[in-house]
Design a protein around this ligand. Structure first.
Ligand code: MTE
Ligand code: MO
Length: 188
């Protein structure tokens, strides 16, 4: 017989503490830095991806530097995320003439054609805001900025970002949809 009453309260508290610590140590600690957020992909199939599921997809990285309508430049920053093209494939794909609606919590919507999804047809500028010939661009749904989770003030947890390989290429801010919660394929 185990003398139950002999197990002291302090010992029980220590055991509970150890269990709690043990449970907390099973992940690397980074997961808790990301807020809960879901993305709806709507196309031939409709599915909801959680934030961890999005981070588990193949990642793309590059520099993002934007200019707002009133000429305020933001960047350059390093962004990491998922290619918009990959998300469209997951939604069942899109034809060359289909349009992609990327929308957000606040009702903001930006429509991309498939050229833009593939990084073509954007205006690009140098740091003096003179237009330059577009280098290769990629469009990602970013969840990380400068190696940290993209915060809400900067459009996180998920923001559409146009990236390049060089830090001095500026793109227009209007397609950089903040707080993205839906990507939809519109058949022509
Ligand atoms: N969800 C959402 N995203 C948005 C907007 C918005 O109003 N809502 N404004 C867009 C416009 S017009 C610009 S210029 C940039 C501004 O980005 P900033 O707020 O990080 O400066 O965000 C873009 N993304
Ligand atoms: Mo803007």
């Amino acid at each position: 017989m185990i003398p139950v009453r002999r197990i002291s309260l302090p010992l029980i508290l220590v055991l509970i503490g150890a269990l709690a610590l043990g449970a907390g140590c099973t992940d690397t600690g980074s997961v808790d830095d990301y807020p809960a957020w879901n993305l709806t992909l709507a196309g031939d199939r409709e599915q909801v991806l959680t934030h961890p599921e999005i981070r588990a997809l193949p990642a793309a990285e590059g520099y993002g530097y934007s200019v707002s309508t009133v000429g305020i430049k933001t960047g350059p920053n390093r962004y990491r995320g998922v290619l918009l093209a990959d998300l469209i494939d997951m939604a069942g794909g899109a034809g060359a003439d289909d349009l992609i609606y990327v929308s957000a919590e606040d009702g903001y919507l930006w429509v991309f054609d498939m050229n833009q999804v593939n990084g073509e047809g954007f205006f690009t500028f140098d740091e003096n805001l003179r237009e330059v010939t577009s280098p290769p661009l990629r469009v990602i749904l970013a969840y990380e900025q400068d190696k940290k989770p993209l915060v809400y003030e900067n459009g996180g947890p998920l923001r559409l970002v146009v990236i390049t390989e060089s830090p001095d290429v500026i793109t227009e801010g209007s397609p950089w949809v903040k707080w993205v919660d839906r990507v939809e394929v519109h058949r022509k």
